[in-house]
Write a protein that binds this ligand. Sequence first.
Ligand code: C2E
Ligand code: CA
Ligand code: CA
Ligand code: CA
Length: 278
Amino acid sequence: AKTMGISTMQFFDPEMQAVETARDVLDVDLRRGLQENEFVLYYQPQVDSANKLTGVEALLRWPHPKRGLLSPGEFIAFAEEKGLIGLIGQWVLEAACIQLLRWSADPETAELTIAINVSALEFSHPEFVPRMLKVIDRTGINPKRLVLEFTERVMLGLTEDTVSKMRALKARGLYFSLDDFGIGYSSLGYLQSLPLDELKIDRTFVKDILTNPNDAVIACSIMALGASLGLAVVAEGVETQEQRDYLASQGCKAYQGYLFGRPVPIAELRLGRNVRNP
Ligand code: C2E
Ligand code: CA
Ligand code: CA
Ligand code: CA
């Protein structure tokens, strides 16, 4: 509200004022939250065709001292706008690496993977790759156990820079997953020029897969595309046995969704061989 003209009433609009104040509060809060180490990773199981746990997706949560548990939808976009996404991403990476390190000590968990979400803005930072490699080297994790989930938005401004950054990380053995696949920003041309390992079928196509033929066609096309490009395919947002069985009948081999487990704090994660019936 710096450059309000005389003719505008916005400055005196109490609603606008309230929005501005809330944003200022969130800004201060986020910085403090980072400083005070308030963030937590929740982990959601990913399973194979035999319901065996193969890894988890790390999903960020912020147990806010006053507002309760906040989901990324409530602060990630804001953090990006305020230039804080890099710090948050660093925190997530460190936390995930520490968890991988703990798991690596036990043969029952040593093979598990952790997927972290990388926002397009975060990835575009010139220091993204060196910072990432620094944490990997410092913690000494096996990079093959670390999955980076990119959205198609990362591919939107696909440049030589994107490709070379991905190749630099790939050279160290990281695993790349293309998240929310199918909701689409661009052509499929980029799929072959990037060192991808996996596609994740977006939840919106899984939701009505049994009742909406269009969604079923898209989900099946993604599986076919994955097969022909040699990429693994994970179905996300699987909530019912019927959805899971249909996906399986169409060749799906990896799943994530409430059917197998909600995102939970590490202490509540069930690490048994069979996630559903331990
Ligand atoms: P996403 O990467 O697509 O993650 C999946 C979202 O779907 C998660 O929401 C998860 O809780 C939810 N979900 C999983 N299974 C089911 C299901 O069976 N049914 C339904 N209805 N929902 C399911 P969440 O945790 O609120 O995260 C939302 C988004 O925030 C994520 O979408 C991701 O894009 C972003 N995000 C999460 N953690 C991070 C992070 O550490 N860094 C960044 N940059 N973004 C993050
Ligand atoms: Ca994701
Ligand atoms: Ca997703
Ligand atoms: Ca999504």
